[in-house]
Ligand binder design. Sequence first.
Ligand SMILES: NC(=O)NCCC[C@H](N)C(=O)O
Length: 409
Amino acid sequence: MSSPIHIYSEIGKLKTVMLHRPGKELENLSPDILNRMLIDDIPYLKIAQEEHDYFAQTLKKQGIHVVYLEDLLAESLVKKETRINFLDKLLEESGIKNNDPLHQLLLEYLLNMPPKLMVKQVIAGIKKSEIKNVEPTLADLAEDPDYPFYMDPMPNVYFTRDQQAAIGNGMTINRMTFRARRRESLFMKTILEHHPDFKDQDIPIWRDRDTHGRIEGGDELILNNHVLAVGISQRTSATAISDLARNLFGHSSFDTILAIKIPHSHAMMHLDTVFTMINYDQFTVNPFILTKSGKIDIYVLQPDGKGDVRITPRNDLLAVLKEYLHLSEIDLIPTGGADPIAAPREQWNDGSNTLAIAPGEVVTYDRNYVSNDLLRKHGILVHEVRSSELSRGRGGPRCMSCPLVREDL
Ligand SMILES: NC(=O)NCCC[C@H](N)C(=O)O
């Protein structure tokens, strides 16, 4: 069987993509936990699911094989022993230690469910009201009697771009920045170790989830089979990028990382919220991350020939892209046409967050009509998807998709 992971570009024809259809986790949001959950508003689940199905359908119509994270995970948890190990770890990471009587109660509650239901339940979270006969702890009595959950929901799982990312024939299983998302990468780790399509395929893990430093897939862009762009951002630390470079160089075809420093903010949490590749020589960019003369801090990482990494600071985005991608011209298409109002408005709703499904062919949110019109004027084929509810999670089509296989260019 050919490798289930094959990603050597950002734009090669997309063959297989992994999504998560949002579920009850979105209904387990309430205003007082929104901020901590990294979500800006509560999506209306029914419509969010319809929009997500439309997104999946749009991809399928283009011949793309859509797989669901929740299905792959359930198929990895067929053996009871694997389920127990998975749940032990997940409960532990949810703050419910092995020696806490609640651990055993929740374990039994979840083990009684068929795997698919169990997976949906752990993503949705477990409310205190669902579990009977629990002796209240001192914390329940004295500190936070009104807190509704034993296990917090994971409302960001539908952003499957971030918990893991495919690079070449391997993956990064990511150590996420905020506690609200940390548990999510246990899912792909479990799939790689136990799913029949993945477990015997020798898939390299370029960085694992327990490694020092933080990285998220929204910051990982595969510009070609030698060059990555990685955001130094709110979510990805320089330490993690150096570590990734050491693991990739000499062990893969990749020999250059353009580490691009972007503002640390919620609106621009990852590089792919401000910059994406959509054709051999075309990119979307939020114009306000660049200075008036087009500058931004970039650090070029390459092997130093002595087993370590050489770092070259640069700051001219166009010049760097031309040089490392061997192109004579580059078309940087500004989000919202660089208009002082439309650009930040559409960036906020992920107008830069395009998912390329082939060179010059992208999926975008319908609401970003200024950016979409401009993309078409630049010759890009745009498939628009509905976005009223999905966009409230603050991520767009690239964030909502984890490509597993692309055709080589
Ligand atoms: N790649 C992306 O930009 N993903 C969007 C993630 C949004 C999610 N609410 C988060 O804050 O992590």
